[in-house]
Design a binder for this molecule. Structure first.
Ligand code: JHZ
Length: 392
């Protein structure tokens, strides 16, 4: 049913930041992306076993950027004002960056990665260290009452079985409860050519058109939607039960008509996108080759999961990039998946010899430029690949 439109080659697990010993025994799979003409959903063709991905050594900490701390505080405050929820649950609570905006006795955290669940537990949040499922939903509502607000950021797009997700949500929600979730938006990916939003964890990228089709088979409905700037363009869905008190907002019509204009329901759109991705690869390799021919020192800024896709697809390794800097303590001292570039702290690695820094964390361009004014002042330059490969 899925028609393949993009091939990103052999890729490693993005969360596998490696120590020296593990470099030789790395797992690779073939990353290609397809479009389902029936429900308009864009998904990767081969799913990796979630148990290989969401381990007790999960690297990404959502609280590592000021931008995300602010963004979660803002949405938490808006949700409180608009819906006044008494009982809240987060699916994929990471290090607690969203739930810390709520009173502890009101929130339940669900997080499959043991090291992250430990953090929210230590901060006295009721935490279930498990994958979201009907079984878990039943267990949670047995001990507590039903939930008024289920929230999830950058998690639902990670789950292959969406039927299970929505059935479990439906079980756990109170009659007028709502489910709010946000994930990278396929409309933005196509628009700004951010093909690096495809990797093992991002098994689906949603549009309103696809989500409406998917939910039509459930007892849930989208009643509001927002296109937001987070992570270079995300979509936030507001979902309720079909028989609940919420009325559909005007945003739905607006976003649907934008998506129809952008032809997000046509395979041709994705085939054209695929050609632009191939060009982006050529352009990036050619820019880095030119800079290297002039003996420039190039590093990468942010050991992101996204840059793992870029480096492995474009075959960018030590020939071009000396090392990667990242603030996350459990990434430092390790090697990037696939290309095995060393990851070090910015304090150690962002020295005066750096001429160019590839922005692996291009989604935080504003925050990083603000932070790295002295690099820019002394003539240092950033390289980005979205929407076009260029020096900024
Ligand atoms: P960031 C991860 O993807 C994985 P990544 C996951 N699958 C997902 O969906 C998204 O997050 C949301 C560092 N950094 O957020 C911190 C600096 O070093 O773009 C992070 O390691 N200095 C769950 O990895 C990385 O960059 C800084 O000043 O693509 C950013 O990762 C800043 C601002 C960040 O997500």
């Amino acid at each position: 049913m899925k028609k393949k439109f993009l091939d990103l080659g052999k890729q490693p697990i993005t969360n596998s930041y490696l120590n020296k010993k593990k470099v030789k025994r790395e797992f690779f799979y073939n990353l290609s992306v397809g479009f389902n003409e029936k429900n308009y959903l864009v998904s990767i063709m081969n799913f990796v076993n979630p148990k290989k991905q969401y381990t007790n050594k999960y690297a990404h900490r959502a609280s590592q950027s000021k931008t995300m701390n602010k963004s979660f505080a803002k949405i938490a405050s808006r949700l409180k004002k608009r819906f006044k929820p008494k009982r809240i649950l987060e699916i994929g609570s990471n290090d607690g960056v969203f739930i810390k905006n709520f009173k502890r006795n009101k929130v339940i955290a669900v997080e499959p990665c043991g090291n992250l669940a430990k953090i929210t537990r230590q901060n006295n949040f009721k935490t279930y260290n498990d994958f979201w499922s009907k079984k878990l939903a039943k267990k949670i509502i047995k001990n507590n009452k039903k939930i008024d607000l289920i929230y999830s950021a950058n998690t639902i797009s990670h789950i292959p079985n969406l039927n299970e997700v929505f059935s479990a949500v439906s079980l756990a929600l109170s009659k007028n409860g709502i489910f709010v979730f946000e994930d990278p938006y396929i409309g933005s990916v196509v628009k700004i050519n951010s093909y690096d939003q495809f990797y093992d964890e991002h098994v689906h990228l949603f549009s309103l058109l696809s989500m409406s089709k998917i939910l039509s088979k459930t007892d849930l409905n989208v009643f509001d939607v927002e296109i937001i700037n987070t992570h270079g363009g995300s979509i936030r869905f507001y979902v309720c039960k079909k028989n609940s008190r919420f009325k559909k907002t005007k945003n739905l019509k607006k976003v649907k008509s934008i998506e129809v204009k952008q032809k997000l329901h046509k395979i041709d759109t994705y085939r054209k996108f695929s050609s632009r991705v191939k060009k982006s690869k050529k352009d990036l390799r050619s820019l880095l080759s030119k800079l290297k021919a002039r003996n420039k020192k190039i590093i990468s800024y942010g050991a992101t999961y996204k840059s793992t896709t870029v480096f492995n697809y474009c075959d960018i390794g030590k020939k071009f990039i000396d090392y990667v800097i990242d603030t996350t303590p459990n990434k430092q001292g390790k090697f990037t998946p696939g290309k095995h570039l060393p990851i070090i702290s910015p304090e150690k690695g962002f020295d005066k010899k750096v001429d160019y820094a590839f922005l692996g964390a291009w989604n935080f361009e504003k925050e990083i430029k603000q932070k790295e004014k002295s690099f820019l002042r002394r003539g240092g330059k950033f390289i980005v690949h979205v929407p076009k490969v260029r020096i900024i």
